[in-house]
Ligand binder design. Sequence first.
Ligand code: DQA
Length: 150
Amino acid sequence: MPIGHNNRIHVMHGVNLDQIGRRDPAHYGGMSFLQLEQAVDAFAVGLDVDARFFQTNHEGEFVEELHRLVNLADAAIVNAGAWSHYSRAIGDALQFAGVPVVEVHLSDVMAREPWRHVSVLSDACVATIAGKGVDGYRDALEILKRELGL
Ligand code: DQA
């Protein structure tokens, strides 16, 4: 499929995800952030979708990217890191993002500390995938492909 038609998927990472190579490998698997993005891109190529990538450690920048999302992409994957558990600002922005979004967490948040059991983003997402490591992103791409009717 030609690039940039109806298969653009914005892969958005939030706070501390750029540091996963330095974080607990029991939760995050020990790969670098670059390796994570490359693996997701390889999944996207295999699924014939066009993945684009964004990461910031600044909540306002993440919100502003969500404001732009409808003009940038046809769907999105969001791993907002710790913001997932308390940022009503990101939750509100997702409500009017205008494209389908799947929430992904590398780690099994439900098996970790209680404060990670709550996501204030999931209501605005078509699905939430957690605890499958990088493979969770492939699942998310497949869900979004179906959502887009591809
Ligand atoms: C995370 C889970 C969050 O609880 C945590 O704060 C992160 C990463 C994950 O991918 O497992 O930074 O979103």
